[in-house]
Design a protein around this ligand. Structure first.
Ligand code: PEP
Ligand code: MN
Length: 362
């Protein structure tokens, strides 16, 4: 993973999007299809009491031409009515400076950048520059491809143009082979983002990860267990008739059910727990031992490299390495470690060992 360039001094999400109910939920249809659909969905979402902001796409990036592409500026007027009637802050996807201009004119409160736009630094630069001097929150979906540096780059471009009300949205990553999910969550990527930028609010979009209603609950729960700051979930007054993303949208009532079923975990800061502290001390101790052991192991590798150099031996000795793997795997599996973990761990050690030896043996 590439190291991020700098720290981000962004504003806490509570400052620009306070939650009316915990966890923070942003909901609304994938696309604004008609005035009636937008107002019907909003009225029913408002009645649930669990939604803090209303989302809708009005310009839809479609994979193939000819599909429904949204009603554009006309739909922004329907959204304005939603705000007037129910008070929801509004959020809309923008992909061009023209979209930005139309949203600012219509008084949209929060902009979001879609996954198909996040992949393109030229588009992002143009969008970021079009927002220079404008105080509006921007939420950045991860790019389609699993590239953390690219995702960070999008966030940095907005930040460098003066946007400090920023959030990231994790919507999963596109893969050619479709497995369980429409977009693979690859949770380690948002976790890496959070470790690098602890202040940056991180929202999960279970709808576009799951791609189907039946998986939404578990994806949303996992996001909360990973300490994400909120959820963006698509809801539609008649999901089965939706013009886009038909399999993943919920009725407002089902959305409410999903939210009330979520278990809200506490963080160690909110809930100090003596027992946890003691266990963490033990982990600290073991990690230190591991690091010491690894360092000693690499010192021996260093000695071996010099010896191999003197004896003019090859770095890689497959027979020996296969023996190492076999004995360590056997030992590790007996002690309850998983095969995959052991294999990955030993491969990593081997790679480092070969790199070290390559520097010495010429
Ligand atoms: C959407 O939120 O409807 C959308 C188009 O999402 P994404 O950019 O994540 O595909
Ligand atoms: Mn959608």
């Amino acid at each position: 993973m590439e190291a991020p360039a700098k720290q981000l001094h962004v504003q806490p999400i509570e400052k620009w999007l306070p939650a009316v109910h915990k966890p923070l939920v942003i909901s609304g249809p994938c696309s604004a299809e008609s005035r009636e659909q937008v107002l019907n969905t909003a009225a029913r979402l408002h009645a649930t009491g669990v939604v803090s902001a209303f989302r809708s796409g009005v310009w839809k990036p479609r994979t193939r031409p000819g599909a429904f592409e949204g009603h554009g500026e006309t739909a922004l007027q329907w959204l304005k009515e939603v705000h007037e009637l129910y008070g929801f802050p509004l959020t809309v996807e923008v992909a061009t400076p023209k979209h930005v201009e139309a949203c600012l004119k219509a008084g949209i409160h929060i902009l979001w950048i879609g996954a198909r736009t996040s992949v393109n630094p030229f588009s992002i630069q143009e969008l970021a520059e079009s927002l220079k001097g404008v105080d509006i929150p921007v939420m950045v979906k991860n790019p389609l491809n699993p590239d953390l540096a690219l995702w960070i780059g999008v966030i940095e471009r907005f930040y460098m143009n003066g946007i400090t009300k920023l959030a990231a949205i994790h919507r999963g990553f596109n893969t050619y082979e479709k497995n369980r999910y429409r977009n693979e969550p690859l949770w380690n990527i948002p976790i890496d983002l959070k470790s690098n930028f602890p202040e940056l609010p991180l929202i999960c979009d279970p709808s576009h990860i799951a791609g189907k209603r039946s998986l939404l609950q578990e994806v949303a729960q996992q996001a909360l267990l990973l300490d994400m700051n909120g959820l963006m979930i698509e809801a539609h007054c008649r999901p089965e008739k939706a013009l886009t993303d038909v399999a993943q949208q919920l009725t407002p009532e089902d959305l409410s059910l999903l939210v009330t079923r979520l278990k809200i975990p506490t963080t160690a800061e909110e809930n100090p727990c003596k027992e946890l502290e003691i266990l963490r001390k033990r982990i600290d101790e073991f990690d230190l031992q591991l690091i010491n052991t690894l360092s000693k192991r690499m010192q021996v590798v260093n000695e071996i490299a010099h010896l191999k150099n003197d004896c003019k031996m090859t770095i890689l000795q497959v027979k020996r390495w296969n023996q190492v793997i076999e004995t360590r795997m056997h030992e590790g599996i007996e002690k309850g470690l998983s095969e995959k973990f052991l294999k990955d761990f030993l491969d990593l050690i081997h790679k480092e060992s070969i790199e070290l030896q390559s520097k010495i043996i010429k």
